[in-house]
Design a protein around this ligand. Sequence first.
Ligand code: PEP
Length: 249
Amino acid sequence: MKKLIIGNFKMNTTPSEFKSYAMTLATKVKGAKNTVVVCPPFTHLSVAREILGGSKVFYGAQNISAEENGAFTGEISAKMIKDLGATYVILGHSERRGQFKENDKLVNKKIKTALANGLKVILCVGESLQTRESKQAQNFVRKQLDDDLKGIYENELESVVIAYEPIWAIGTGKTATNSDITKMAEIIRKEIELQFSPKAAQNITIVYGGSIGLKNYKKILSNAAINGALIGGTSLDVDAFTLIARENY
Ligand code: PEP
């Protein structure tokens, strides 16, 4: 089964380091069946265009402003990353929600801005450990989906990937079990069905993220309930990331 393999660099590497990474990645994934995406920091996107433009590897950003342009010092717009050839943008990552206080209203606005500018959105949802322990994970994720996708048209869902990323699994070495992942993927599809249609639920792309590494990627990515993976720490190692990207699942 063809999968979507996404790398999230977070705030790691320099543009020069990324150049050699991208050269290796483009060469090594040439024959891969999977769709491969890397999301480095904004400062690396012109390097991505130079090295990955015309290759099999797509690239994207880790955030954008909800605004189109104007007096927003330090912000980066959807149009700017689109101009550099970005296809994707990660929105609603738990590090942005937690550290930068991005709420669902803002995430919803950013999604609309991204879609209006022809970008594909990787929307991250997922519960904290406390929410999980209080058995509220499913309700929490459902509400995130309702709020984040409010006002989005069904045909726009073709450009939306849902990344289920339980916060307790991000960068912690703890992964959700396949049974947890399958259950939450079912909940996500059910919610998409309620909000949109059975067809939308069937077609929506769902990926899992949270401490995927060389020891667990095969097991997780073989899970037919998900369409791929969002990989943080491990994506920084080009050999590990290409191994995961080249595998047949
Ligand atoms: C992430 O950054 O979205 C992520 C899943 O990180 P890690 O793979 O390091 O847990």
